[in-house]
Design a protein around this ligand. Structure first.
Ligand SMILES: Nc1ncnc2c1ncn2[C@@H]1O[C@H](COP(=O)(O)OP(=O)(O)OP(=O)(O)O)[C@@H](O)[C@H]1O
Length: 244
């Protein structure tokens, strides 16, 4: 018999979001009244044609940009209108980001790249005091993403799949509640991409990490529990995985 589980609370919501960009004299209305709720521990996939506004939505959700109209709410509280410094702190504490092109620092090793967000979060003195504990945390994450053997490697010495694993470990070092992944498999071959998605699924189920993943690939999107499509500036619900 199927157990009926309570619905998890809404974690992050977009309320009536509008966002336009100026292209010369014209305004391009990318998002037009987008409403979206993401529940705690949900793995949501966002699909849509190129230029439909997927990255724009992810950037607004993660406080990397601000909407023209509308609100972003975290646990029901509005967060998009906070002062810049508070937004920065909230972004660093709540969100982890994974991008298509990894954005690792080329001169740093995997261990140093994974530690890099903490070098920003703590003062030099605090970091120095805590460094052995922080290094242990980073090593553990690197092991969890299967990169123990690459810990001292630099990005130029690694494959695309390994680079993305390192970027995922880096995004987790600040213990985010919500992972925002923008085309995390977009630069990888099919099998390597599958490995990355399996890693995200594992992190979602083991850590109850809320995930919003943008992808143009419907097969990849189906790995999420729910799929929404951005089209004509709005969000359409496409599919919800039926609990078995
Ligand atoms: N900073 C910007 N300035 C001007 N126009 C922008 C800016 N960012 C995005 N756009 C435009 O907004 C539209 C939506 O872009 P966005 O990157 O959100 O789409 P997307 O669905 O993620 O596309 P893709 O799948 O190709 O990455 C595009 O027409 C893009 O050119």
């Amino acid at each position: 018999m199927n157990e009926i589980l309570p619905t998890p609370p809404v974690h992050l919501s977009a309320v009536a979001l509008d966002k336009s960009y100026r292209k010369g004299p014209e305004a391009v209305n990318v998002l037009r009244g987008v409403n979206l709720e993401v529940r705690k521990g949900e793995f949501l996939s966002i699909i849509g044609r190129s230029g439909s506004g997927k990255s724009t939505l992810l950037h607004l959700a993660g406080l990397l940009d601000t909407p023209d109209i509308g609100e972003i709410r975290l646990d029901g509280k509005r967060i998009d209108h906070l002062p810049a410094k508070t937004r920065d702190q909230l972004r660093n504490r709540v969100f982890g980001f994974v991008f298509q092109f990894y954005h690792l620092l080329p001169e740093l090793t995997v261990l140093e790249n994974v530690l890099s967000p903490l070098m920003i979060r703590y003062s030099m003195w605090e970091y120095w005091k805590k460094r052995s504990e922080l290094q242990d945390q980073a090593r553990e994450l690197i092991a969890q993403v299967g990169l123990e053997h690459r810990i001292k490697h630099k990005p130029s010495q690694m494959s695309g799949g390994e680079l993305q694993r390192a970027a995922i470990a880096r995004s987790l070092i600040s213990e985010p509640e919500i992972l925002l992944a923008d085309e995390p498999t977009g630069n990888l071959d099919v099998d390597t991409g599958k490995g990355i998605i399996e890693l995200l699924e594992r992190l979602n189920s083991e850590r109850q990490l809320t995930i919003m993943m943008v992808t143009h690939d419907e097969a990849i999107a189906r790995k999420g529990q729910r799929i929404v499509r951005l089209s004509k500036g709005q969000v359409e619900n496409i599919r919800e995985r039926v609990a078995s």
